[in-house]
Design a protein around this ligand. Structure first.
Ligand code: FES
Length: 113
């Protein structure tokens, strides 16, 4: 049972205690669980809310069976989060490639077709 103002969710099989209102990413980080998060900076508005087309989307996870961005999805009591499913890995690969393709060709020439 969680204390007042806290929740317990499950991340990759481990129960994680988080403050109510924290995102999945914040809860995971506080528990020492790594989720890639290139454009996340603590204290700043998450990029998906400010400039969605510029967000890295590397922080994808599955939460209760749905693919979500962990930097904006609020953790909830009893939520089941998986950070390394085949679907999540494939999406991260696609999003990482999309980031590389946006770079100038002289920085990353192998990503040009
Ligand atoms: S950390 Fe970049 S979209 Fe979530």
């Amino acid at each position: 049972m969680a204390e007042e103002g806290t929740i317990i969710l499950n991340v990759d099989g481990d129960d994680v205690r988080a403050r109510r209102g924290q995102t999945i990413l914040e809860a995971a980080r506080n528990a020492g669980i790594y989720i890639p998060s290139l454009c996340y900076y603590p204290g700043l508005e998450p990029l998906p809310r400010v400039m969605p087309d510029q967000a890295c989307q590397l922080c994808v996870v599955e939460a209760d069976g749905n693919v979500v961005l962990s930097c904006i999805k609020t953790a909830t009591e009893g939520m089941i989060v998986r950070t390394e499913t085949p679907k999540v890995r494939e999406l991260r690969r696609k999003h990482a490639l999309a980031i590389l393709i946006r770079q100038p060709s002289d920085i990353c020439p192998e990503t040009r077709g």
